[in-house]
Design a protein around this ligand. Structure first.
Ligand code: B12
Length: 550
């Protein structure tokens, strides 16, 4: 019987973990402040485990270093490699003696961590077969084989079928040689082409194998924590993915390189059964949908809402929902599940950038309409924006900003365009020599694209000042006199960075408007203390001409 150890590397670079940048969330440990590591359950691995166990006698274990990093109370390592070695040398893993080790990497910042992990696993488990899979290996196998001689095989795209074939194969080397979804060094060097081996009917995959993880390990630092949602609800979220694939061709996205562009589904019957199990066996109150495009089939989406209502589950959509499909009726239906906070991937406030550069099926009149409808229905809106794409000009960014100021969004998340491996945007940047940093492990926090129109430094700074302007200086809830709601956003910021002068300043102003003199004094003092000590915040206070709080 095969014993498989799945490992998830840290989704943060060592540098960013030990020395978080000014715009990063931090967590406190006994040994100091560290970059915050998001933990979401690795759906790919619990899906693989469920599928393998259904079809072959296997034992599966999971080691997720994002969980390990969050649990560690003191961090006394000079590199992640040291942490990997110490962890994997523990009896828990040595005694398990995996016959197969599989590293999963979905996010670019994990690239070098994955290489270090492979070297460690090779040392500790010299006889086991070492594999990697996920979006990063699918797109970077050439670089990986150049940088490391540890990998026996890399999976191209989804792995349920390829991995089962490998587990079952008597002659594994022959299987790797002949299977079109398995990449080996020899095949890569011969420039062989690889193919997806998808499951068409997703119902063939059983209910995810949550038994290989501890759901509580994922709750405290889950994505839900990034939003000002009720604490109780954050604890009770469980993930579900009812479809795979997305037909759209947005230039910045790489999802199609793993899941393809044809959408495949679970039946509604299965969706209902899974939701019921998440509720009854795992205490879920919120179904967290990770589909790339849940609304691709409108009728099915309404049916899912009916199921949620029948099971008394609310919902959350971290991957956003396509705005063009969010008409009033759909928003109303979603709201009926108790869903009151929507992430909206608007991506740009410039019509030209949306159409000519991003190839995103969206226009600004839809954006304005969805935002108006959300407000009318009492749904908080969290608008994601990207700036700094190849071909975008400084004028486009100003046009976008002017448009964004017309939206009554609850919050804006301004990100720097990151050339993800597998995205069209990376190809454009490479062709035009626009990459000014290490794209292989870019961490979404530092700009790496520089063009004839802008430098990465310009984009980095612009993203930050747009954030200060839209979320603080012009905060929608404050402008509309919804001071208690505005305060939730500022409190959420302070939770992520307790030295955020703007959050204290505007929170103080809210308290003043709410006639809470003590709180006003408290927040005003904090603001004054930060600005008097920090050149960083003093600069921004001057730039935004923040009047002294009296
Ligand atoms: C869910 C999700 C998240 C979750 C977290 C997921 C997690 N477990 O940590 C949340 C919402 C928090 C998130 C956040 C972000 N995400 Co995201 N996310 C996704 C999403 C929508 C689904 C991933 C998933 O679960 N897929 C379903 C499972 C079944 O597929 P899978 O994980 O790929 O696994 C299959 C195969 O890859 C393979 N496989 C996987 N592991 C292994 C291991 C072995 C050994 C083998 C053999 C095979 C194998 O087999 C699996 C089963 O078929 C993908 C898009 C997509 N559809 O893939 C983007 C995606 C991964 N995210 C992306 C990005 C950019 C982000 C953000 C930066 C967005 C932002 N601006 O904030 C952040 C960064 C978070 C971070 N950790 O730093 C990019 C990453 C690209 C990249 N190269 O880095 C993607 C690809 C989307 C895109 N735009 O292109 N994300």
């Amino acid at each position: 019987m095969e014993r498989i150890l799945f490992i998830v590397p840290p989704y943060i670079k060592f540098e960013s973990f030990v020395r978080p940048a000014f715009n990063e969330r931090v967590v406190q440990k006994r040994t100091g402040n560290y970059g915050s590591v998001l933990t979401e359950m690795p759906i790919g691995l619990i899906s693989l485990s469920a599928y393998l166990k259904k079809n072959a006698p296997v034992e599966v274990r999971l080691l997720d270093f994002n969980v390990v990093l969050n649990k560690i109370e003191s961090f006394n390592y000079n590199s992640f490699a040291e942490l990997f070695f110490e962890t994997l040398s523990a009896p828990e893993w040595k005694d398990f003696a995996p016959t197969m080790v599989g590293i999963s990497a979905l996010f670019a910042p994990a690239y070098y961590n994955m290489l270090d992990l492979a070297a460690t696993a090779r040392k500790i488990f010299p006889a086991s077969m070492l594999m990697a899979g996920g979006g990063v290996p699918t797109n970077m196998y050439r670089e990986m084989f150049k940088a490391s001689d540890c990998f026996d095989a890399i999976c191209y795209g989804e792995a349920e079928k390829p991995l089962l074939a490998l587990v079952k194969a008597g002659d594994k080397k022959a299987l790797l040689r002949n299977h079109l979804s398995w990449i080996t060094r020899e095949k890569a060097e011969n420039n062989q082409m690889f193919q997806f081996d998808f499951i068409e009917d997703l119902d063939e995959i059983p209910f995810y194998d949550f038994s290989i993880l501890n759901a509580d390990d994922y709750r405290e630092h889950s994505l839900l924590g990034l939003f000002p949602l009720e604490k109780e609800r954050q604890k009770k979220g469980m993930p579900i993915m009812t479809s795979r694939g997305c037909p759209h061709k947005c230039c910045f996205c790489a999802s199609h390189t793993v899941h393809g562009r044809v959408v495949r589904f679970h039946s509604l019957k299965r969706v209902r059964e899974d939701l019921m199990r998440l509720r009854d066996e795992y205490g879920a109150q919120t179904a967290v949908f990770f589909d790339d495009h849940l609304l691709v089939n409108r009728h099915r989406a309404f049916e899912i809402v009916n199921i949620l209502n029948e099971l008394k589950l609310t919902s959350f959509f971290p991957s956003s929902l396509a705005l063009y499909a969010l008409d009033y009726k759909m928003l109303e239906a979603l709201k009926s599940t108790g869903m009151d906070n929507l992430i909206l991937s608007v991506e740009s406030g410039s019509e030209r950038v949306l159409r000519e550069i991003m190839h995103k099926p969206l226009n600004l009149s839809i954006v304005s309409r969805v935002l108006r409808d959300c407000r009318a229905l009492g749904i908080a809106s969290d608008v994601s924006i990207l700036i700094g794409l190849p071909g975008e000009t400084k004028q486009d960014i100003e046009d976008a900003l002017a448009f964004l100021k017309t939206l009554n969004a609850s919050w804006f998340r301004i990100s720097m365009a990151t050339p993800l491996v597998g995205s069209e945007m990376l190809d454009t940047c490479l062709q035009k020599n626009f990459i000014k940093g290490d794209y292989m492990s870019c961490d979404f926090k530092r700009a790496v694209i520089g063009t004839d129109d802008f430098t990465p430094e310009y984009i980095q700074e612009k993203a930050y000042t747009m954030n200060l302007e839209l979320n603080f200086a012009l905060n929608t809830e404050f402008r509309l006199g919804n001071y208690a709601t505005a305060l939730k956003g500022f409190a959420n910021t302070i939770q992520a960075r307790d030295d955020h002068a703007f959050a204290y300043y505007f929170a103080a102003k809210c308290y003043k408007m709410m006639n809470q003199a003590d709180k006003y004094d408290e927040y005003r003092s904090k603001y004054n203390a930060i600005v008097s000590q920090s050149a960083f915040w003093k600069k921004y206070a001057e730039q935004f001409a923040l009047a002294p709080l009296v």
